[in-house]
Design a protein around this ligand. Structure first.
Ligand code: NAI
Length: 331
């Protein structure tokens, strides 16, 4: 058995955590030889509920879980952290503008970034899930300046899984044979789900799936609005599928994969996206928490307006978040 890995999960009393924690505890993410110490962070008001989650974890008698520690203290949560899964975020309330949500969460991710900077291991890997995930990750990366930005990612795998599954259903094949369906940009309804490079084990997609009307009227809006459709049906946001995507993202990042996967990562200028912006790109994962943006999948003229829209939304989110977080002189 390896040394225990210290995994911090924030928003641990929430619904995604409830679905995710069993994946982590069973070894479905970091492997069945990898013991873990779980550090569960949530706000003070959620501590009673969090204790119930811990009771259930204990009742699972998971051999790989060596320690479970609960806290509402942000500094304590990140001490010696190897992996941080950041689910906790301020929820959007009725009548709340996206800008207010952005600013409220920017403050949370600033504080967590500073705590990671001070207390986490320098080798820490961070996955941001709480929304607005891309901009939260950018804020965190800025304030965790001791941590290499390539160690900080956010979740767009749920969007890629949704798009891949949609195509598999249309073709009546397993999602495992559908490759290179990508979702670019922001994890919001401006994201661009892109079939231009998609293939199956039978070759390129049939023409009717590439038809511009089908893409414009059906595929793209269905994927962009899938989260809202789940909320409408379930009266709750996606949790099972989100936890599954978090597990996929982390497993691939740590174990590596043959396939190209979507991750929200810090732009190095690839594809003309401004450096520092956290953008969903196609990535190869090489294992041990390493990845590279794959440069071989340019979008076509049809895709370009969609990319411009999601890119501009992210630039605006960046300006709004950093205008309040940074002293005017540094902007
Ligand atoms: P939830 O509302 O069930 O749980 C959120 C938890 O975070 C609550 O227990 C809350 O007390 C806690 N929390 C709030 N502020 C916190 C803070 N400052 N520090 C630590 N914990 C804090 O929400 P759910 O369904 O678990 O979703 C979590 C987040 O993930 C939401 O922001 C949601 O929008 C986002 N999400 C992102 C997806 C993606 O693909 N990037 C997909 C689905 C959800």
């Amino acid at each position: 058995m390896d040394m225990p890995m210290r995994v911090t999960v924030t928003g641990a009393a929430g619904q995604i955590a409830y679905c995710l924690l069993p994946f982590l505890a069973r070894g479905d993410v970091f492997g069945t030889d990898q013991p873990i110490e779980l550090v569960l962070l949530d706000i003070e008001e959620a501590q009673t509920s969090l204790r119930g989650v811990v009771m259930e974890l204990e009742d699972g008698a998971y051999p790989l879980v060596s320690v479970i520690h609960c806290t509402s203290n942000v500094s304590e949560a990140f001490v010696d952290c190897d992996v941080a899964v950041l689910l906790g975020a301020f929820p959007r309330k009725l009548g709340m503008e996206r800008r207010d949500l952005l600013l409220q969460n920017a403050a949370i991710f600033k504080e967590q970034g500073e705590a990671i900077h001070k207390y986490a291991k320098r080798s820490v890997r961070v996955l941001v899930v709480g929304n607005p995930a891309n901009t939260n990750a950018a804020v965190l990366a800025h304030f965790a300046s001791a941590i290499d930005k390539k160690q900080i990612t956010a979740l767009s795998r749920l969007d890629q899984n949704r798009a891949t599954s949609f195509i598999a259903n249309e073709l009546k094949v397993s999602p495992s044979v559908v490759k290179n369906v990508f979702v670019w940009g922001n994890h919001s309804n401006t994201q661009y789900p892109d079939l231009f490079h998609a293939v199956t084990n039978r070759g390129p997609l049939p023409d009717w799936l590439r038809d511009e009307n089908f893409l414009r009227e059906k595929f793209i809006p269905i994927i962009q609005e899938r989260g809202a459709a789940v909320i409408k049906a379930r009266k709750l946001s996606s949790a099972m599928s989100a936890a599954n995507a978090v597990a996929d993202h982390l497993r691939d990042w740590f174990a590596g994969t043959q396939d190209v996967v979507n991750m929200v990562v810090c732009s190095d200028g690839s594809y003309g996206i401004r450096k520092g912006i956290f953008f969903s790109f196609p990535c190869y994962c090489y294992g041990n928490g390493t990845f590279e943006i794959v440069p071989h999948f340019p979008w076509d003229a049809f895709g370009d307006p969609y990319i411009q829209r999601t890119k501009q939304e992210l630039y605006k989110e960046w300006d709004q978040a950093f205008a309040t977080l940074l002293p005017k002189s540094s902007l």
